[in-house]
Design a protein around this ligand. Structure first.
Ligand code: NI
Length: 133
């Protein structure tokens, strides 16, 4: 781990007790790691709202491949945006549905525009973009 700085933070006991219960049930071994993760999540959220920042992320899509042209349209969208799409994983969920995970890297505004276009495509049953850094 990188250099660590120790800081004291004041909490109401009830909040700290609930937080500790929640952290323990999630598998955290200590409070500091749980708090660090919350801070990281907050920083990532803030960054993901800055349209000019560079991030990496995944878009999860579920669609019925029997819907006419959907696979073709989604592939076409990915080729049109090959500059920000690194890879795609396709899983045949069952006889009808496909799960596709698209990995993006680029400016938030470009990632969101492309992901939104794919999610909005008629026939997409589920779509969720997760940005990370
Ligand atoms: Ni499939």
């Amino acid at each position: 781990m990188d250099r660590i700085i120790r800081k004291g933070i004041a909490f109401e006991p009830e909040i700290l007790e609930k937080f500790d219960e929640q952290s323990t049930s999630k598998g955290y071994k200590n409070r500091s790691e749980a708090i660090r993760d919350l801070i990281r999540k907050s920083l990532i959220k803030e960054k993901s709202e800055d349209m000019e920042s560079e991030m990496i992320g995944t878009l999860t899509l579920v669609y019925n491949h029997h819907d006419h042209d959907i696979q073709h349209d989604l592939t076409h969208l990915q080729h049109d945006n090959h500059g920000i799409i690194i890879s795609t994983m396709h899983t045949h969920m069952n006889a009808d549905d496909c799960l596709e995970v698209v990995v993006f890297r680029g400016k938030v505004k470009d990632i969101k525009k492309t992901a939104d276009g794919m999610i909005a495509r008629k026939g997409v049953k589920f779509g969720k973009l997760v940005l990370a850094q």
